[in-house]
Write a protein that binds this ligand. Structure first.
Ligand SMILES: Nc1ncnc2c1ncn2[C@@H]1O[C@H](COP(=O)(O)OP(=O)(O)O)[C@@H](O)[C@H]1O
Ligand SMILES: [Mg+2]
Length: 317
């Protein structure tokens, strides 16, 4: 299988008042063409920062300490903003977490989709209009022609997210990065939007990086999954394997906290993940780990291949 995107040894820090603090530690990830890679972990573990580095949308106080982001073999981190603008939106598209704040309230939905289309594709206004109508039809927004003339406030959360998905798809991207695309939506709408993204992904064979804090969503949606904790990948495998045979105590904890039929009381992982300013000796998960051993607060376990491309960073293995 061909990798369309490879993240290699990526480390990112943030400048804060009292120094430079690392949020992403030596992350390696590959996205195979036509596959969905999930990145899962609790809030603050570095999922968005990792994704934003691929989109070159990091905050101004971010520093890339090391690493490469290779798109079809080309290092995106070396491209100028101007060079990157052509890729962002056309080849690599983004579906954000918060649809309501991602659309400009002052312009009609149609104008915003048209602008995206015309920025990336040399088409007449009329042709762009036709593409915009099709884009809304693709995401199953009824009465597409009329709705293009409306403003974002006239759209519900779910419908706004469909508009953003339509915008992301309007230039036929190779890669979609979806950062918790349903977290801000009502539960019933979440399922519809997920179904939509999945249907489109399959139909177009798009490669997707799907970020979520919910392993339940990963099960339905992803081919591969990387579990992140405190800025590091602690486990990686194909989805079936991780549900059948989770290795890292953190992954096990996430699975035990998933609601499911017939399960009694849900377990939660005790404690909180550390902030980027906290220094933890040894394994960063040891303060919360039910399987903590002698070495765990002294040495940092490396992410290594345990069996058949199933990676984990834990001294148990
Ligand atoms: N601009 C910033 N300045 C300082 N710290 C940041 C900034 N952006 C993110 N962080 C920190 O980096 C860590 C990872 O954040 P993020 O990737 O947004 O987490 P999540 O997994 O919830 O998406 C968090 O501890 C967060 O507080
Ligand atoms: Mg996030």
């Amino acid at each position: 299988m061909r990798n369309i995107l490879e993240i290699k040894d990526l480390s990112i820090s943030f400048k804060l008042e009292d120094g430079l603090f690392r949020a992403v530690h030596g992350v390696n990830l590959s996205l195979e063409e036509g596959k969905v890679l999930g990145i899962v972990g609790e809030s603050g573990c570095g999922k968005s920062v990792t994704a934003m580095s691929v989109l070159k949308l990091l905050a101004s106080n971010a520093v890339i300490d090391s690493g490469e982001v290779l798109y079809r073999g080309k290092n995106l981190l070396n491209l100028s903003e101007k060079e990157f603008q052509r890729l962002r939106g056309s080849r690599i598209a983004f579906i954000p977490q918060d649809p309501l704040n991602s659309l400009n309230p002052l312009y009609t939905v149609g104008d915003q989709i048209l602008e995206t289309i015309r920025f990336h594709r040399k088409v007449s206004k009329k042709e762009a209009g036709r593409l915009a109508v099709n884009a809304l039809k693709d995401v199953k927004i009824p009465e597409a022609e009329n709705r293009l003339k409306e403003y974002p406030h006239q759209f519900s959360g779910g419908m706004s997210q469909r508009v953003l998905i339509a915008m992301a798809l309007s230039c036929n991207p190779d890669i979609i990065i979806a950062d918790e695309p349903t977290t801000a939506l009502d539960v019933t709408v979440q399922a519809q939007v997920l179904d939509l993204i999945r249907e489109i992904q399959r139909k177009r064979n798009t490669s997707v990086i799907f970020i979520t804090h919910d392993l339940g969503v990963v099960a339905e949606f992803c081919d591969y999954v990387a579990v992140m904790y405190a800025g590091r990948i602690v486990e990686y495998s194909d989805v079936r394997t991780i549900f059948k045979n989770p290795l890292h105590p953190y992954t096990k904890g996430l699975l035990e906290s998933l609601p499911s039929e017939g399960k009694g009381e849900l377990k939660v992982i005790k404690g909180q993940p550390p902030s980027i300013t906290e220094q933890i000796p040894g394994c960063v998960f040891h303060p919360r780990c039910p399987d903590k051993m002698e070495t765990c607060d002294k040495q940092l376990p490396q992410l290594s291949n345990i069996k058949d491309s199933h990676l984990a960073s834990c001294f148990l293995y």
